[in-house]
Design a protein around this ligand. Structure first.
Ligand SMILES: *Cc1c(COP(=O)(O)O)cnc(C)c1O
Length: 847
């Protein structure tokens, strides 16, 4: 990476530098590899066991440990040997060729820049809320494992998202502890001269300085920006304080910092990505700034520069409802980007606005960031198969007259970074079965190997993981009750909740209505009978934050707290506060069943259920998001009928009923039915199937390989073609689009003639092309697919010569048993190397 070059120096804060060996420790502490590779844990523990236990942040341990302790340790030959081994391991991991280098040695891809509003890498770097950050963080870690050349760009929040406490009344309280950059495992970027690398951008006419940071994630770098620079006005210093806080005025400025500031940072570092991956629309302004750079480098006008950049931009949408997209009013856009459009992009403001509008010329319409990402992107994808289909509907309006199936949105189903989520015991079991490097290449052999692990070993894994969770729950709940001022008697109860051998269900996610976190409370009496059944008891551990201004979400939490207290169910139901990565880790490692109850199709993908797979946990989930494609009867349980019902209360009631029935008649009995060895054989067989078939498929390893092969590599090639010769292709595209536009209204179909022939028809289609030539358009027959099959597209072939006024006779011989009336002729523009309809959505139908 560029920052390893002598131009940039790292600073290590307040550490004494004269101790030998300290550099090695620093290098280890500042590489977030420790978030998934626990080989160094013992080292940090020796420096300060208590602090290590509290923070799991090696960088804090290293800075806080007393000088004596440091000196003592560094003088200890055993400690030094451990350190040297870890250093060798780190260097070896950096040097060895990985999947990408061995599979794609001649790739045109040298760098993907991954932009995201949040990254969830470790609880020691709290710059995330949940799902979106999880996807970003786990993909970075997998890119490091696989050697995919990724750099990432995000924001450094001084407070981040709120931390949750539950008070004695069961109400959520929001806390905002300060993220001291000196205590985070990050380093400021510096120029060769030693001064901090700062960037200056303009916001609403004011210069705003951005500070820059780097985070090492194994072989991948994450760069962060923040505005808390002493030279800034007070209003600007706090811009990057909170994640998803404040209103739209704050949000637009954060997104400008991420997209425009982020691209400038890469430029300052000399990084030239072929591909920009926009993780959600928040970062979409980067497409403007990338085009602006091309304008400066090539002299192209904005439209041509954007055409050059487009194939190098990939947009991943994570939203399942139209209301979920960020959009900004024309007034806000004008305030923050009016001058930028006119002075930097040299376009008028309405031209900029058109990029973010459904109807480009509607002055009342606000600016939608997802629309900008689509209009500036060369490919778009949703995050599960179902979400791909939902997104094609959501974005259908941008492609008028196109069938929904052809709306250009594909999908790459998310996955999770298995080494980050596996329990120690699971790691040992997988290592024995599949080897140490199992997540670093192809995964084809894993299923067969894990399929052979004996019943005893699988059940032992489950038992020991559940025991750990019970112990953790007791300690954590007791602390939680103490902090919130609960009476000592209740603290004492907290330290004894749960049972190590009881079927344990987990439910943890944001408390928002569509996730239906209170579905189990639909019939309290039935639920209590289920929990306290003597032969088949159940215990439930809950966690999750409600958005700070979502009163309904907070009420859902309070409803649970009151339910537990009112019915004295402390032994059976526990709500743990402050759901974050650390808590998620304990939960997904320990539970037997992970429950998920969203209203279909609002869960775009969901990832928490994937984290239990590697640990032998089973999923019971609504057929939504990833589970709609993962579910099979032998791997878990499904809720819902695979249809959409909105927020119909009758459907909620029916699904609550189905959930109780599943738990009573299938989940409970299977868990408690033991053979002579004391093993629940059917349960263990489900574990085996789930681990063998789903773990590889829903790992971020598979996700990142899919992004690389289906998106990054083709994008890099197409971008290189457009960028060649100072972006000559860009100007040609703009010109041809204009030319087609000039003729478009003159294009027309004549009377189609159909002649029945053996096994089908001969279609003759007269077409008037005006001044266009047949190589500039594609004329084809289209028929709906039957019974869920793909639609038919049959190209028509023109006569060699045209008659007067550009009239051509097109024809095709079609073998079919369908009626001729099923086929409709249509015409679309066609260009060398241009994605239609993404880059040109015009289409003309015969009728
Ligand atoms: C995995 C995870 C999420 C995302 O889970 P969903 O399945 O989208 O609910 C959210 N928050 C945390 C802390 C996580 O670990």
């Amino acid at each position: 990476m560029t920052t390893d070059s002598p131009t940039f120096r790292r600073s290590h804060g307040f550490l004494p530098t004269e101790m030998t060996g300290l550099d090695t420790l620093t290098g280890l502490a500042l590489d977030l590899r420790w978030s998934w590779n626990h080989a160094a844990d013992a080292l940090w523990q020796q420096l300060d066991a208590e602090l290590w236990d509290r923070t799991h942040n090696p960088w804090v341990v290293l800075q806080t440990a007393s000088r004596e302790a440091l000196q003592q340790r560094l003088a200890d030959p055993a400690f030094r040997a451990q350190m040297a081994a870890l250093l060798a391991q780190q260097q070896c991991a950096a040097a060895e060729p990985k999947w990408f280098q061995s599979q794609h040695p001649a790739a045109a891809l040298t760098c993907v820049a991954y932009f995201s509003m949040e990254f969830m890498l470790s609880e020691a770097l709290p710059i995330y809320v949940g799902g979106l950050g999880n996807v970003a963080g786990d993909q970075l870690k997998s890119a490091s494992d696989l050697g995919v050349p990724v750099v990432a760009v995000g924001l450094l929040y001084q407070q981040g998202y709120f931390r949750q406490e539950i008070d004695r009344q069961g109400a959520q309280q929001a806390l905002f502890p300060y993220n001291d950059p000196g205590q985070l495992p990050i380093t400021p970027l510096r120029l060769a001269s030693g001064e901090w690398l700062r960037l200056k951008i303009a916001l609403s006419g004011f210069p705003v300085w951005l500070r820059t940071w780097q985070v090492r994630v194994g072989g991948v770098m994450l760069y962060l920006l923040d505005s808390n620079d002493a030279a800034n006005l007070p209003v600007h210093r706090g811009l990057t304080a909170e994640l998803y806080g404040g209103g739209m005025e704050l949000r637009i400025q954060q997104e400008i910092i991420l997209g425009i500031g982020g691209w400038q940072l890469l430029k300052a570092l000399g990084i030239k990505p072929e591909v920009c991956h926009l993780n959600e629309g928040h970062a979409a302004f980067v497409v403007l700034e990338r085009a602006r750079t091309l304008m400066q480098e090539t002299g192209l006008a904005f439209a041509a520069a954007l055409a050059v950049a487009r194939p190098g931009n990939l947009f991943t949408t994570h939203t399942a409802v139209a209301a979920g997209f960020d959009h900004f009013s024309p007034a806000l856009m004008s305030q923050f980007l009016g001058d930028y459009a006119r002075q930097e992009l040299k376009i008028d403001f309405e031209t900029l606005m058109a990029l973010g509008r459904q109807s480009p010329t509607n002055p009342a319409e606000s600016f939608n960031m997802a629309f900008l990402a689509i209009r500036g992107g060369g490919a778009v994808n949703g995050v599960s198969r179902l979400h791909g289909a939902v997104s094609r509907q959501l974005f259908g309006a941008l492609f008028p007259r196109w069938p929904t199936d052809e709306v250009p949105v594909g999908h790459v189903t998310n996955g999770v970074h298995m080494p980050s989520w596996d329990a120690e015991a699971a790691d040992a079991l997988w290592t024995a079965a599949c080897g140490k490097d199992r997540w670093r290449g192809g995964l084809d052999a894993l299923a067969a190997h894990i399929g052979q692990v004996p019943d005893e070993a699988l059940w032992q894994l489950r038992t020991s993981c559940r025991q750990d969770l019970v112990a953790y729950t007791r300690a954590r709940l007791a602390r939680q009750f103490t902090v919130s001022g609960q009476p000592p008697a209740l603290v004492d109860i907290a330290s004894k909740v749960f049972d190590e051998n009881t079927l344990t269900i987990g439910f943890a996610r944001r408390f928002v209505a569509y996730k239906r976190p209170n579905l189990l409370l639909h019939d309290p009496e039935r639920f209590i009978r289920l929990l306290t059944n003597r032969a088949q008891p159940v215990q439930l551990v809950l966690a999750g934050k409600a958005p700070p201004f979502d009163e309904a979400g907070k009420a859902l939490i309070q409803q649970w707290m009151q339910f537990i207290a009112q019915h004295n169910l402390y032994q059976h139901v526990v709500f743990l506060s402050d759901y974050d990565l650390l808590l998620a880790e304990h939960l997904v490692q320990g539970v037997d069943v992970w429950l998920n109850t969203p209203r279909r199709p609002w869960e775009a993908c969901g990832t928490s259920g994937m984290k239990v797979l590697v640990n032998g946990g089973l999923n019971l989930s609504e057929l939504d998001g990833w589970w709609a494609e993962a579910y099979a009867p032998e791997v878990g349980w499904a809720l819902g009928d695979g249809q959409e019902h909105g927020d119909d209360p009758a459907q909620d009631a029916a699904e609550a009923d189905a959930l109780y029935t599943l738990l009573e008649t299938q989940v409970g009995p299977e868990f408690y039915q033991r053979d002579a060895r004391g093993i629940p054989v059917r349960w263990v067989e489900r574990m085996r199937q789930s681990m063998a078939t789903l773990t590889p498929q829903f790992s971020a390893n598979r996700t990142v390989r899919e992004y690389t092969e289906n998106y990054y590599l083709p994008a890099a090639t197409r971008y290189a073609q457009r960028a060649a010769n100072k972006g000559a292709a860009g100007a040609a595209i703009v010109q041809q689009r204009q030319h087609i536009g000039d003729e478009w209204d003159k294009l027309a179909f004549g009377e189609v003639q159909t002649e029945a022939v053996a096994n089908g028809y001969l279609f003759r289609v007269p077409v008037r092309l005006g001044a266009l030539t047949p190589d500039q358009v594609l004329v084809e027959l289209y028929a709906n697919g039957l019974g869920g099959a793909a639609a038919l597209r049959i190209p028509l072939v023109p006569d060699a010569a045209s008659s007067a006024e550009g009239r051509y006779q097109y024809q095709a011989l079609v073998t079919t048993t369908r009626p001729a009336g099923d086929f409709t002729a249509r015409l679309l523009p066609t260009y060398e190397g241009l994605a239609v309809p993404l880059e040109d959505d015009r289409i003309l139908w015969q009728r």
